[in-house]
Design a protein around this ligand. Structure first.
Ligand code: NAD
Length: 380
C-alpha cells in the first residue's frame, strides 16, 4: 500500500480494517483527521474499494467538513462487495456486521453516512447493529430514537441540491447577475440536479436546459420544473419532455447561459470542450466535474468556477443537523446560512488575494484544521 506517499501532518489518524468470517465482511474505515470533531464520511460498497481510495475520500471529507464550518473531522469507509450480485439479505448482513465491528470507534471517532450503493435503509441496519443512533446520519425519516422522537433526515430531502441552488444564487449576486431571469443549464437530473432546478426556479431563475443519461433537452424560453418532473416520472427520462429541442447530452456545456451546473458525472469539461463553454459561471454540483487544469483555463477566461467541495456541501450540513437532532425545516435553514456565508467568504477572499476559488477554499479549510490541531496539541 502506498499510504506513505500521501500521508502527511494532517493524517490519517486511524486505519481500521475489519474482517468477519461469519458474514464474509471485508471492510475498512479511515479516520483522516479529528481535530475539529469525530470523522464524518459515507460508507461505499463496491467490489473494488480499497484503503487507498478510502483514504483519499476521507481526506476530501476533512476539507469539506472544515470549509462547511462543521465540528466534524474527515473519514470514510469501504465495504468490499459485489453489490450487484448479492441479495438484499446478504447486504443487510454485511451492513449489520460492519455496524457491530465499528462499535469501538463509532460514534466516538467515526460517524457514517450513505455513499455509493448505500442509502437510508443501509444506515438503519448499521445503526441498529451498532447500538447508537449517533453512529450514522442519512437515516430514514421515520426512524425513532424513542417512541415519537424521530432521528433521521435522509438525503432524499434534497439538501445537496438545495445547497447547490444557494451557492449558485450567491455566485450570481457576486457577479451582479439578477437571479430573476438568470438562465441555467443543469447536467444530470437525479437527486442533486432536480432539487437544484426546483429551488432555482423558485428564486426566479430560468432553467433552459437539462440532461440525463439519455440526452439533453433545451428550450431557450425556459422549462417548468413540474413539467420536467412529470416527463421524468412518466417515461423515466427528462428527454421525454416534448416542448424543447433534443441535443446530445455533451452539448449542454456549450449552451449560452449564465450558469452551468454539472450534477452528474466526473470529468465532463475537458480539453476538448472547455473552449466552447459560454457560461459566466459553473457551479460544481457533482464531484470533480473537471480537473484543476480546466478550472485554471476557465478562471483565466473570467469564468467563475465554484468548487465542488464548497457547492455540494448541503448534504454534510444536513448530516450535522440530523446529528444534532434538528428537524428538516431547521436543516434547510442551516444549509442556507452556511452555504451563503461560506460561498461569500471564498469568493471575496479569492478576489482579494487573486486566487482561484478552489485554492482559496482549500486554504481556508486547512487554516481551520491547523488552528484546531494547534489548540489540541496545546492541551496535551
Ligand atoms: P443520481 O444518481 O441521483 O443522479 C445522477 C443523474 O445523472 C441521473 O439523472 C442520470 O441519468 C444522470 N446522468 C448519468 N449519466 C449522464 C450523462 N452522461 N450525462 C448527463 N446526465 C447523466 O446522483 P446524485 O446523487 O444526484 O449525484 C450526482 C453527483 O453529485 C455525483 O457526482 C455525486 O457524487 C455528487 N454528490 C451528490 C451528493 C448527494 O447528496 N446526492 C452529495 C455530494 C455530491
Amino acid at each position: 500500500m502506498e499510504l506513505d506517499s500521501f500521508s502527511d501532518e494532517f493524517g490519517p489518524e486511524l486505519i481500521y480494517e475489519v474482517y468477519d468470517p461469519r458474514t464474509g465482511l471485508r471492510g475498512v474505515t479511515v479516520v483522516d483527521n479529528t481535530a475539529l470533531g469525530p470523522g464524518k464520511g459515507g460508507i461505499r460498497m463496491t467490489p473494488t474499494v480499497d484503503v487507498t481510495e478510502v483514504f483519499r475520500l476521507a481526506r476530501t471529507m476533512t476539507w469539506k467538513n472544515s470549509l462547511a464550518g462543521l465540528p466534524f473531522g474527515g473519514a470514510k469507509s469501504g465495504i468490499i462487495a459485489d453489490v450487484k450480485n448479492i441479495s438484499r439479505d446478504k447486504k443487510k448482513d454485511l451492513m449489520q456486521a460492519f455496524g457491530r465491528a465499528l462499535r469501538p470507534i463509532a460514534p466516538k471517532k467515526y460517524i457514517a453516512a450513505p455513499d455509493v450503493n448505500t442509502a437510508e435503509e443501509e444506515m438503519r441496519w448499521f445503526v441498529e447493529a451498532n447500538g447508537s443512533h449517533h453512529s450514522a446520519t442519512g437515516k430514514p425519516s421515520n426512524m425513532c430514537v424513542k417512541p415519537g422522537v424521530k432521528c433521521g433526515i435522509p438525503h432524499e430531502y434534497g439538501s445537496t441540491g438545495y445547497g447547490v441552488s444557494i451557492a449558485t444564487l450567491t455566485a450570481a449576486r457576486y457577479l451582479g447577475i439578477d437571479p430573476k431571469g438568470m438562465t441555467v443549464a443543469i447536467e444530470g437530473f437525479g437527486n442533486v440536479g432536480t432539487f437544484a432546478a426546483k429551488y432555482l426556479q423558485e428564486a426566479g431563475a430560468i432553467v433552459v436546459a437539462v440532461s440525463d443519461s439519455k440526452g439533453c433537452v433545451y428550450n431557450k424560453g425556459g422549462m417548468k420544473y413540474s413539467d420536467l418532473m412529470a416527463a421524468k416520472e412518466k417515461k423515466g427520462t427528462v428527454t421525454a419532455y416534448n416542448k424543447g429541442e433534443m441535443l446530445p447530452n455533451s452539448k449542454i456545456f456549450e449552451i449560452p447561459v449564465d450558469v452551468i451546473i454539472p450534477a452528474a458525472m466526473p470529468d465532463v469539461i475537458t480539453k476538448e470542450n472547455v473552449g466552447r463553454v459560454r457560461a459566466k459561471a459553473i457551479v460544481e454540483g457533482a464531484n470533480i466535474p473537471m480537473t484543476e487544469e480546466m478550472e485554471e483555463i476557465l478562471h483565466g477566461r473570467g469564468v467563475l468556477v465554484v468548487p465542488d467541495f464548497l457547492a455540494n456541501a448541503g448534504g454534510v450540513i444536513s448530516s450535522y443537523a440530523e446529528y444534532m437532532g434538528r428537524n428538516p425545516r431547521d436543516m434547510f435553514k442551516l444549509v442556507k446560512e452556511k452555504l451563503e456565508r461560506n460561498s461569500e467568504l471564498v469568493l471575496k477572499r479569492a478576489e482579494k488575494e487573486n486566487m482561484k476559488p478552489r485554492n482559496t477554499a482549500l486554504l481556508i479549510a486547512k487554516e481551520r484544521v491547523k488552528a484546531a490541531m494547534a489548540k489540541r496539541d496545546k492541551k496535551f
